[in-house]
Design a protein around this ligand. Structure first.
Ligand code: COA
Length: 197
């Protein structure tokens, strides 16, 4: 299988949005996260959010969507959020991420590698790695100097993938047990990895 990776620049409400929502739900319903999301939450907070403020790269096997990678500049994160999102768990996560990590990073030069997922049938064939490196190129082209990602402390699939690509672990941890309760996540503590672009 030779995956094709491309940035999504099509119709935000088109049929790919439905495939994205379905794949996102499937990927994060499985180990290590066991999370559950409403379709409209994914559409608004992941799909629409990144297409407006960052980027989404998609992986295809012929016409089948098999993977996704999303990212957003840290300079865009808070400005985009509406007032009402103070109650949104994602808002708290993003504020925390910025506050906690600010001791170590210059927020505005950082690109946040926010989401990655590959259909379980297509894993360990290099698709995840391509979804990371294509976003790095996009971020560098858009003048970001560093990247940051966040993953589960104990059972991450992506930690070694990033470490093999040169990422280093920051000496901070994030307790996400409040957020985990809302989305039924098995992941209670997150760690951060970062590197230069
Ligand atoms: C993380 C993920 C995107 C990797 O996709 P992928 O296409 O398999 O990635 P690649 O084939 O490019 O790289 C595979 C590498 O990832 C790491 N990896 C993948 N699955 C792993 C697992 N279950 N446990 C530990 N490391 C794992 C390994 O370093 C592996 O290299 P190896 O095959 O040489 O051992 C995929 O496992 C996934 O979608 N997981 C569920 C969602 C998720 O965890 N997202 C990350 C949130 S931070």
């Amino acid at each position: 299988m030779k995956a094709m990776i491309k940035q999504f620049t099509g119709d935000i409400n088109g049929p790919v949005s439905r495939d994205f929502v379905n794949l996102y739900k499937k990927v994060f319903a499985e180990p290590p996260y066991f999370e559950s999301y409403e379709d409209c939450w994914i559409f608004e907070n992941i799909w629409h959010y990144h297409l407006v403020k960052g980027c989404i790269f998609l992986a295809f096997d012929k016409d089948k969507l098999i993977g996704f990678g999303c990212g957003v500049g840290m300079d865009k994160v808070e400005k985009f959020l509406p007032q009402s999102s103070a109650l949104d768990p994602l808002f708290k996560v993003k504020c925390f991420l910025r506050d906690e990590a600010s001791e170590y990073i210059n927020g505005n030069s950082f690109f946040y590698m926010s989401e990655i997922g590959v259909d379980s049938k297509y894993r360990r064939q290099g698709v995840g790695g391509l979804l990371i490196t294509r976003r790095w190129l996009w971020a560098a082209h858009n003048n970001y100097k560093n990247y940051l990602m966040r993953t589960d402390e104990l059972n991450s699939n992506s930690r070694s993938l990033y470490e093999n690509l040169g990422a280093e672990i920051l000496p901070i941890k994030q307790d996400v047990s409040d957020h985990a309760a809302i989305i039924n996540s098995a992941s209670k503590t997150r760690i951060y990895l970062h590197g230069s672009l």
